[in-house]
Design a protein around this ligand. Structure first.
Ligand code: ATP
Ligand code: FE
Ligand code: MG
Length: 350
């Protein structure tokens, strides 16, 4: 089938087209620049930007695929989790297209979309697999047994901040530009990752029976980094930003990859998939590669453009749902800003 995917859960308006697992179009418009001066995404600005971008982004995707709208077979759209105003715009647009073109509509979970993104680069997911989703809004370890037919198991989540949020907030304290993740990555290049002994939160539990084995916590790390910076300021010393960035990045990468590999080991899983904006981090990638290699685990990380929010990943999960004969959603489909992750499709697959 030829599936159009629409994503609008945060600040990216994405439209992608996938045909039988193959990527035909991938167009993203971001309102990131409009949020920069506020230091974070402003929901109303994001919703308005989606309204402006929706039409052009969908048209561009069709152009890129060399298709007419009449050649589409289904429309998939993110219904949650995300910002409600932003989600509303994408869903309204997707409904209009589905209704106007007489196509089945699928409401999908944003995180299932992130997981499916990898299939566009590396082919069908080896199941079961462990997925580490790390972005500005999520830090989750998932056990995926069958992406479209079985509930996805949450092994753990962050108890407070997401890893990307930690990078973004600390970058601000270090005087680096927004978004902070890429800035920390660049600043860390010249730094010593052992310079500052930042904590490794939730890694000290009892072996084999730690209730927080797959949970994360980054707010303490954020505070430790802020204190470290503040200490320099109070003593009137120049802030060694490169060392701070490298040490922070090392702490985050260490915790993320250690837990992800431990989850693979415990569940006897041979494949780890890392997705989300923080998968772009050079240290996260390098450490994941090294640790997976020494544990005999295959590591799959999609290219960066498929890691951050986009419509192609929504088309990818939609295509999988259509091929699995999942029932489409009624036009009364609604958004669910805090959708729990159980099934890829928010109308549970029968
Ligand atoms: P969501 O959480 O819903 O996926 P988001 O927009 O926050 O939405 P992404 O677009 O996937 O998530 O990723 C953005 C996040 O990734 C930001 O927090 C950004 O700082 C972080 N990021 C991007 N590149 C890097 C990098 N090289 N190193 C560390 N973090 C990075
Ligand atoms: Fe996302
Ligand atoms: Mg984003």
């Amino acid at each position: 089938p030829v599936v159009l995917g629409i994503e609008s859960s945060c600040d990216e308006t994405g439209a992608g087209i996938v045909r039988d697992g193959r990527l035909l179009a991938h167009v993203v418009a971001s309102s990131m620049d409009e949020h920069a001066r506020f230091g974070g995404v402003v929901p109303e600005i994001a919703a308005r930007a989606h309204l402006h971008a929706f039409g052009p982004v969908v048209r561009q995707a069709l152009e890129q695929a060399g298709l007419r709208a009449a050649q589409l077979d289904a429309v998939a759209v993110t219904t949650g989790p995300g910002l409600s105003g932003a989600l509303q715009v994408g869903l309204a647009g997707a409904k209009a297209l589905a209704y106007g073109l007489g196509l089945p509509l699928y409401g999908v979970h944003h995180l299932a979309g992130h997981v499916a993104a990898d299939t566009l680069e590396h082919g069908p997911l080896p199941e079961p697999c462990v997925v580490l989703i790390v972005s500005g809004g999520h830090t989750s370890l998932l056990l995926v047994r069958d992406l479209v037919r079985e509930p996805i198991l949450h092994l753990g989540d962050t108890l407070d901040d997401a890893a990307g949020e930690c990078f973004d907030k600390v970058a601000r304290v270090f005087g680096l530009p927004y978004p902070g993740g890429p800035a920390i990555d660049r600043a860390a290049r010249g730094g010593d990752p052992k310079a500052v002994p930042f904590p490794r939160p939730l890694t000290g539990g009892p072996r084999g029976r730690d209730p927080y084995a797959y949970s994360f916590s980054f707010s303490g790390l954020k505070t430790a980094a802020a204190r470290w910076a503040e200490g320099h300021r109070q003593r009137g010393e120049r802030l060694p930003v490169a060392d701070g960035a490298a040490s922070l990045q090392e702490a985050v990468a260490d915790v993320l990859t250690r837990k992800a590999v431990a989850a693979c080991r415990e569940h006897g899983v041979r494949t780890l998939v890392v997705v989300g904006g923080v998968a772009a981090n050079s240290r996260v990638r390098a450490l994941a590669e090294r640790r997976c290699a020494s544990a005999g685990i295959e590591l799959r990380v999609p290219p960066m453009t498929l890691c951050t929010d986009n419509g192609a990943m929504i088309a990818a999960i939609g295509d999988l749902l259509v091929r699995a004969d999942a029932p489409p959603a009624p036009l009364s489909l609604t958004i669910d800003p805090s959708a729990p992750l159980e099934y890829a499709a928010l109308q549970p697959v029968a």
